[in-house]
Design a protein around this ligand. Structure first.
Ligand code: SAH
Length: 384
């Protein structure tokens, strides 16, 4: 059976995304005595998050009547995969459609024998960073914990990586770098990350999980203390004027406040550096003077700089810096003692690279409407 195409029957409540206490409550709801519910919840947890069960009938450690009672009320169906694309470089992108019809994308970026799943935290994004395609999407809402962790289920289903392998995993890392600002949806993101980290389930170590933020300074410290995952900051500019222009969130949390939060990030150390992401925009933020200002700005923070060549999208107001400019920038940052890898763009051909995610449900629906009166030119690169 193709698990990713499992769809929930109407009226059934999904158990994916529930924590142990909520699973116990679900069991009590279907008549399981309170006394045994905790143990049963532990078993259920193991089936859902370790085995990736998609059917209650698989749960052989639960008795038959309980399995039937569960199936009457609950489901383990994954969200609908509205579209799956594969890049020529192996990158895969899933457009997931949730129960209310809203959509979000996740991207798997494979290396030779491992890979990172880039998950979304919101449908669309409210940040409106000028270089980012996701911010041009009109519809925005938070994803629930279930919708966030479901992205992982869909990816793992398609690699058949259940039960959670002890080692040698293809989907070895998680990056919260998809659509949305994870720290604007902290509770749901935190819940999903806790599920992903739990050693009795999906079991991805906090060292293999990275949360990227545009700089919601007040929540950065909390994220470090409560989740302890790796932190990435979308920096992109070294002075407040430019940063506020290209990233409006900077008006609320300017650079000084953001960097102060980074300095206090609980687990930052040389072994666990903070990643500063820096998108290379031609003639905007890519001069040698910018590079020098960058190293001064982050002085004292255990850090690495990820230089991201700007990925274009239809109608984007910027161009990518030249290879020479990126190289010169990297040399300056390197000389100051920071590693500054240039992130190789992955999945550009399927608009799966950084900043290119955007569920095209809005575009698609609009062009479907307009096609009733006149044939609409479908934006091919997006609709694919
Ligand atoms: N809102 C969070 C999570 C999104 S991560 C954040 O801002 O960190 C997506 C990353 O891709 C961010 O670093 C973002 O700034 C970067 N990005 C956005 N648009 C891009 C583009 N067109 N080209 C390259 N990187 C881009």
């Amino acid at each position: 059976m193709n698990q990713t195409n499992l769809r929930a029957a109407p009226g059934l409540t999904s158990l994916i995304g529930l924590d142990r206490a909520e699973l116990a409550a679900a069991l009590v709801e279907i008549g399981e005595p309170e006394k045994g519910a905790k143990l049963r919840a532990k078993q259920l947890w193991h089936w859902i998050y370790h085995h990736g069960a998609s059917d209650f009938a698989q749960m052989t450690t639960l008795n038959g009547p309980l399995r039937e009672a569960l199936a009457e009320k609950f489901t383990l169906a994954r969200p609908e995969v509205a579209r799956e694309q594969r890049s020529e470089d192996g990158t895969r992108k899933w457009l997931l459609r949730f129960e209310d019809g809203q959509e979000a994308e996740s991207v798997f970026i494979p290396e030779e024998d491992r890979g990172a799943l880039c998950m979304s935290s919101q449908v669309g994004c409210t940040l409106t960073c000028r270089f980012c395609h996701t911010g041009t999407q009109r519809l925005v809402r938070n994803l629930g914990a279930r919708e966030i962790i479901s992205q992982f289920f869909v990816a793992r289903d398609s690699y058949g990586e259940w039960p959670s392998p002890a080692g040698g995993r293809m989907i070895s890392n998680i990056v919260m770098m998809g659509m949305g600002e994870p720290l604007f949806n902290y509770e749901n993101v935190a819940k999903a990350i806790r599920i992903a980290m739990d050693p009795e389930g999906i079991s991805i170590s906090r060292r293999r999980i990275t949360l990227s933020t545009a700089g919601v300074a007040p929540l950065i410290e909390r994220c470090g203390a409560e989740l302890g995952v790796n932190l990435a900051i979308s920096l992109h500019a070294v002075d407040d004027d430019l940063r506020s222009e290209i990233m409006p969130i900077n008006r609320k949390y300017p650079l000084a406040q953001l960097l102060e939060a980074c300095r206090r990030y609980p687990r930052a150390s040389n072994a666990r550096r903070i990643t500063f992401e820096y998108v290379m925009l031609k003639g905007i933020n890519d001069s040698p003077a910018d590079a020098k200002a960058l190293v001064q700005l982050i002085a004292g923070i255990p850090a690495k700089i990820n230089l991201i060549p700007f990925n274009a999208w239809p109608g984007a107001p910027y161009e990518c810096s030249s290879a020479e400019a990126i190289n010169e920038f990297a040399v300056i940052v390197n000389k100051a003692g920071y590693s500054a890898p240039v992130r190789a763009p992955r999945g550009r051909d399927i608009l799966a690279a950084c900043g290119q995610l955007r569920s095209d449900s809005v575009i698609a629906k609009r062009s479907a409407q307009s096609s009733q009166s006149r044939p609409a030119a479908a934006p091919q690169a997006v609709l694919n």
